[in-house]
Structure formats: structure tokens, C-alpha cells
Design a protein around this ligand. Sequence first.
Ligand code: FEO
Length: 400
Amino acid sequence: MENLLTERIKDHLYYIGVNDRETQLFENMWPLPDGVAYNSFLMTGEKNIIIDLVKVNTVSSYIEKVQEILKEDSLDYIVINHVEPDHSSGILNILELYPDVKLICNKKTVPFLKTYYGIEDNLIVVSEGETLELGNRKLTFYMTPMVHWPESMVTYEEESKTLFSQDIFGGFGTLNGAIFDDQVKFDDNYYSETTRYFINIVGKYASQALKALNKLKDLEISTICPVHGPIWRKEPERIVKLYTDLAQQKVKDAVLIIYGSMYGNTERMAEAVARGVAKGGITDIRIRDVGKTPFSYLLAEAWETKGIILGSCSYNNNIFPPMSFLMEELKQQKMKNNIWGIFGSYSWSGGALKRLREFTEGNKCEVLERQPEIQGAANEEELRELIQLGEDMARAILES
Ligand code: FEO
């Protein structure tokens, strides 16, 4: 009989994931203009196995999907590759329906299951490289710590060459009717939400992500089933390359100027800097207002941009608070491949440039020496210096 709610991935494997168009902010921080999918998979055979669960707010439509496949059959196992609540908070509803199901996880998952959900029983704890025979299916588990949480692991089914990669290879954006890479316009509809997802969620763990990618590179993979974003059955190597490039923080010859301004004077300075960048021969220049552009997007743009110039007004003898918050977030990203420029403005006693200097001194990247600090509105001489700052940045990029 035709399935109405679920999609077959392989003879023995179904997509039972759900879309979340209700949650506005992922982790209550990161905007979801296109929503997000919580992918889940059901493997049938002598034993029925779910791999990865969903967030509790979507669980009623999820249960319908589970039951469309299982009907009156039992559910025997659930593999918990990653316990972050977007993939586990529906678990108590599933346990009500299938109280005898066994949960397959690793030792780092155990305290999470206890403290989040009070679950201590029916656990099967696996370790690195271990293979379990579950009826006529064989699954192997590989640990991928900190991508995205300490307990994160992936599951591989050798027979079908399918990798269940949890957060790795995922992206924001719901799956709208189509679930496979060959059914969607990835570049148009998923590329930027996939890169923003990686940079926002996994970026700070990029070195661990590279280790995980390295560990997985010897597996023969025909299909990648991540917990967010499309299922990769046609060109899995494409998402592997995109993730590898992102984890290496490949930057483009471009400049991102982020300013904090209360009454427009610092914005005018940022415009002068941008003119200098353009005069210096860089064609990809973006100016962003730190008070208006959500930091999720600023972090994503910064990750992929070689030249970053931060300019801020002072506020109560300190830096403009939204810029202070952005600096904290940028620090956590541990970016390695950028060239930084800074400028500050003040009305009476300064504060912004000092904080910007402390920020750039704390990271290991190149920082331009010219660091203008301007009182009030920039005069002609000061505008010239701001233009020179932009030219310095262009030169540094083109000579790097
Ligand atoms: Fe999609 Fe780290 O949870």
C-alpha cells in the first residue's frame, strides 16, 4: 500500500522526519526563516529500529509516521546518535507507546538520558567502532565528540552503505515535499542555510569536525542521512566537500565592515572605510549594522570573509553593547584565517577602540596597524585616514 506520510529511502529504510515551522529561533538564538527539519529514520527487518528522534513539539505528527510504517508491529530499538533535545525530547512519548524498546547509545549519553528524561533502563551502551547485530541488520558506531555535543556519534550500515551522520552534514530549512539532494535546488534553497547552520552550531568545534570528517573518510558511503536538511543519495561527496571547506574556514577575498552607530556618525566612518576598500581593488564588500543584523548572520558572513573591519561608537565609557556581544561570540568562533581592522569613535572619554584592541590582541590573526579613533563626526582629514584604513585592508588581502 502506498505510504502517504513517509518516504522510502531504501527497501528496508524509511524517512519519518518532521518539519518545524513553528520554532522561530533554533536553540532560542538562531533565526529560522525557513524553519528546520528533524530527520528520523526507521529501519525494518527482523527487528524494527529507529535512528534519531525528534523535538517534542512535533511528536504528534511524528507518531503518525512511525505508525504508518509499523502498524501493529513492535519497535525494538532506538539509536540515539545525538541527545540534544531537538533529537530526543520526543522520547517519553515514544516510550509510552513502546515501553520495551531498547535504547542504543554510548556511555556519554547515559547521564544526559537520566538528567533530562529520568531514563536509566533498557540501555545498550556501544563504544567506538563496535558493531551490533540487530536481527538481520548490522550497525556500526563511531564516536564524533563535540560535533556537536560530547556524546555525539554516527551510525553506519555497511550492507546499504548508509551513514546516519546526526548533526554532521545538516543544515537549517524544512524539507518541502522533497527530501533527497537530487529532488531539491540545493544551491538556491539550502546552501546558505546549511553554511549558516554549520558556522552557528558547529563552527566553534571546527577542529573536532575536521577530526570527525577524517575518521569517516574511509567509509564507503552511498547515502548520507543527517538529522537536518536533505538526504544525500546522489552526490554525498558534495556535502562532504562543503563541510570540509567550512571546517577548514576557507575565506574569500572580500571585506565585511560591521559598525555600531547611534546617530549615524560611525556609520559615515564605515562608508569611508568601504570607499577605501573599493579603491584598493576589492569588489566584494558588505557593510552591516551590528544593532540591526542578527548576530547569527554576522558570524556566518565573518567565517567566510578574509577581511573584517569592526568600527564602533563608545557607550558609557565602554563599547556599544551590541558590538560587545558580537565580539564575545566572535571570540568563541576561534577563527584563524582573517585579517582584522578596527576603528572607534567617541563623544567625551572613549572606550570603544580600547575594547576593540583588546579583542584583536586576544586572537591570533593579522591586525592592521592603522586604528583611527575619532571624536564626534569625522572631519576631512579623518575621513582620509578612514579611506586609508580601507586601502590598507585591500592591500593586505591582495598580498596575502
Ligand atoms: Fe540538531 Fe546538536 O542538535
